[in-house]
Design a protein around this ligand. Sequence first.
Ligand code: NI
Length: 259
Amino acid sequence: MKVQLYDTHAHLDDRKIFPELEDVLQRAREAGVNLINTVGCDWRSSLMSVRIAEKHPDQVRAIIGVHPSEIRDWNEELLARLMDLTSSPFVVGWGEIGLDYHYEDGPPHDQQRRVFRAQIAAAKEAGLPIIIHDRDAHQDTIDILKQEKAGVNGGILHCFSGSWEMAKECLRLGFHISFAGPLTYANAKTSVDVAGKVPEDMLLIETDCPYLTPHPMRGKINEPARVSYTAAKLAEIRGLDYERIAEITTNNAKRLFKL
Ligand code: NI
């Protein structure tokens, strides 16, 4: 059987990708990447994600939500519009949401926490898994996921770069762990260690394209076809065939997103 890969986190609406979308999706198919989640960061990209999925129903699904760095104009009306989007059969998750304490000029942390909780509640109401962005905010992220019982519909710690301790906490809460291009980088010791330990049924892969291009393609724009490099690295780490890791990660994603 032909190898099938699922890129669980891409930004197909990004201006580095969208103008070439048809070619990008074709190259993905040629690499066996037959399923892709395109992920929103704000209202506009959430809406575009749904449109892209509607136009490519065989290959693309949409994740909608507002990224912690994009919450400055958050309000109840925006939440209601996002909720409306979830009625589309192509919306399979809510994200990417979470906390980003990396940038000093980013939105205030208390506002980030409040909006994170609001989007978790909305995702629960919509019955959707959540896709978590956590940058330099590990403890607050874990605390909120616990307090809000955020794992009821499952979810993903996307582009995971934390420790095994952190991974264990997330797994206990019912979250999958997804690895992106940085797993292939020479300095990825911690991630490689974690990727070797995550239970097989909780492993996922993604590109987060156009960012985080895997080795040896670094310097080029990332795209879903290149999730194959991360799959190959994961296979090497786990001592499994490429075909087997493709099967495992694709089945895990299909189960989580109910495809
Ligand atoms: Ni992303």
